[in-house]
Design a protein around this ligand. Structure first.
Ligand SMILES: [Zn+2]
Length: 256
């Protein structure tokens, strides 16, 4: 359902703003962030194995390169669309040629969205794996107890949370902020499978826990007794994958 919704959003977003300015800055930040992930979990009870983390980091770098090439291609196609529209206005080429260029442009945008989605998914999973060992060492919380460290905060909400509850949180968020909850990972993803994390009943929200929206969401989760882990900085001094994981902390299962 979420995939469909995301696709609709993507299609809506690309159909009319052909002069869309591609949003690049946050990804160059991520690049620095991922480069700083140099001390992954060492294969403890919770942390993913170093080998899996290395593989994911390589995949991250590959996707980053792919994204750069898609963006370059997309810039070229945008120029082509503008040029062909003008030629068509001047009566030099048929409408079909304009439509063809527009379709290629939209296809390039879809590839960009997909590469960004993959990067974001890997980014957040790496953040969870990196602080996984710390999470493992922390004492268990009583029901509805909250605790905070420099890198993360966690809340052992007593409500019966499952993915089915997601629409309620989405409704609260869109009513409060006038836009959709930025969900980066809904339930188990391929990346979680490969890292050996059970993420079946968790969602990752791409909000910094210290941002105003992040703080409001955290308050809402606490008020609603919904468990969460808020990842601030996976690596001190580097902004790596800060996000809010809604649901119980992921436990380690066999990596695939
Ligand atoms: Zn998560």
């Amino acid at each position: 359902m979420h995939v469909m919704k995301n696709r609709l959003i993507i299609i809506a977003a690309v159909i009319f703003p052909l002069v869309l300015i591609v949003w690049v800055a946050p990804f160059s930040r991520r690049e620095q962030g991922a480069a700083a992930v140099s001390k992954p979990g060492d294969g403890g009870a919770h942390g993913a194995s170093g080998e899996v983390l290395e593989r994911l980091k390589e995949e991250w770098a590959r996707n980053q390169k792919l994204l750069a090439s898609f963006e370059k291609e997309q810039r070229g196609l945008r120029a082509l669309v503008i040029e062909k529209r003008k030629l068509h206005q001047d009566g030099a080429i048929p409408k079909a040629e304009v439509s063809e260029a527009e379709r290629a442009f939209v296809a390039a945008l879809m590839q960009i969205q997909e590469a960004r989605r993959t990067l974001s998914e890997i980014d957040l999973a790496l953040a969870e794996a990196t602080v996984g060992d710390e999470l493992e060492r922390l004492p268990p919380l009583a029901v509805n107890e909250f605790s905070e460290t420099a890198r993360l905060s966690r809340f052992n909400g007593g409500s019966s949370w499952s993915l089915k509850e997601t629409p309620k949180v989405e409704k609260y968020f869109s009513q409060s902020f006038g836009h959709n909850l930025p969900i980066s990972a809904y339930g188990q993803t391929r990346t979680h499978d490969r890292m050996g994390f059970d993420h079946r009943n968790a969602i990752d929200v791409a909000l910094h826990p210290d941002s105003s929206e992040g703080r409001a969401l955290i308050k809402h989760l606490r008020d609603s007794r919904i468990p969460f882990v808020a990842f601030k900085n996976a690596v001190p001094g580097a902004a790596t994958g800060p996000h809010i994981h809604i649901g119980k902390p992921s436990v380690r299962i066999a990596a695939r």
